[in-house]
Ligand binder design. Structure first.
Ligand SMILES: C[S@@+](CC[C@H](N)C(=O)[O-])C[C@H]1O[C@@H](n2cnc3c(N)ncnc32)[C@H](O)[C@@H]1O
Length: 266
């Protein structure tokens, strides 16, 4: 599907530009190359939930720029395979792994994670995906695939930033989903599908606060640099992205669209 507003290709292509680095720094504090609502401290907590060690084999679905992947490997010593749909993201990930001396510990593949995953059964100790499951078609199949590729006792962790927890207008839904394919999930649906896929010890935690604060900081950091960003970004796309960040903030601060973290065990 062609999106009206482009967020991912430009962000990954321009990853190393000073202006985008400055925006990430102002938005996230600790810049780990994230392109989501994730902060570094939140990710560290996830590493311990996933029980990551130097022996863990991790699959990161929708690995984006590769920045969070490199951060995970450096912090925990794990080995990581990333799967990402955006080619600029994969290219950037390969560059980052090389620059950090981690080519032996990482693999980055280009592919659509809505499809059957290109891995054997029982391959990974952990599967994680941050703020991306909403872009994958057919949640039921996606969760079954995560289950299939996890080893017995392996752990799954993902955030779903598109859980409907209040009333939304058609215009709000259109702007919130203007950057690509989106699934809007009712409260309770993830738990039901995780259980149907065979997962046990299913837990969830409301992590909407990060989305609310990060989206506002991201909007402000871009607005402050509007003149310079307009030399790089098409005006329509710049305006579309600003509208997008604003609606993310409104809907999350009013708790009408929630970001929920899910944890489950095979
Ligand atoms: C919000 S970003 C999160 C990226 C990364 N997890 C992070 O935290 O920085 C969502 C990512 O999902 C990727 N994506 C979208 N559709 C996908 C698909 N069908 N298969 C794999 N990745 C996909 C996008 O290209 C984008 O990199």
């Amino acid at each position: 599907m062609t999106s009206k507003v482009k967020l991912y290709p430009g962000t990954y292509k321009n990853y190393a530009d000073e202006i985008y680095k400055a925006i990430r720094h102002e938005t996230f504090g600790e810049d780990i190359g994230q392109n989501s609502w994730l902060t570094a401290d939140e990710y560290r907590e996830m590493f311990s939930l996933l029980g990551l060690t130097g022996k863990s084999e991790v699959l990161e679905i929708a690995s984006g720029s590769g920045g969070p992947a490199v951060f995970m490997v450096k912090e925990t010593g794990c080995s990581l395979t990333g799967l990402e749909y955006d080619k600029n993201g994969v290219d950037n990930s390969l560059k980052l792994a090389e620059a950090n001396g981690l080519t032996g510990k990482t693999k980055f593949l280009h592919g659509d994670a809505s499809e059957k995953l290109p891995f054997e059964d029982d391959s990974f100790d952990a599967v994680c995906t941050i703020d991306a499951i909403n872009h994958l078609k057919n949640r039921e199949n996606v969760l079954k695939e995560f289950y299939r590729v996890l080893k017995s006792g392996g752990r799954l962790l993902y955030t779903d930033p598109i859980v409907v927890s209040g009333i939304l207008t058609n215009e709000e839904i259109a702007v919130r989903s203007s950057i690509g394919y989106f699934l809007f999930t009712p409260l309770g649906e993830n738990e039901k599908l995780l259980s149907a896929a065979g997962f046990k010890d299913i837990r969830s935690n409301d992590v909407t606060e990060n989305m609310s604060s990060v989206s506002l900081k991201w909007y402000n950091a871009r607005e402050k640099r509007k003149v310079d960003l307009l030399k790089i970004e098409e005006e329509d796309n710049y305006n579309g992205l600003q509208k997008f960040f604003k609606i993310v903030h409104t809907l999350s601060s009013e708790k009408r669209l929630s970001r929920i973290m899910f944890y489950a065990v095979k």
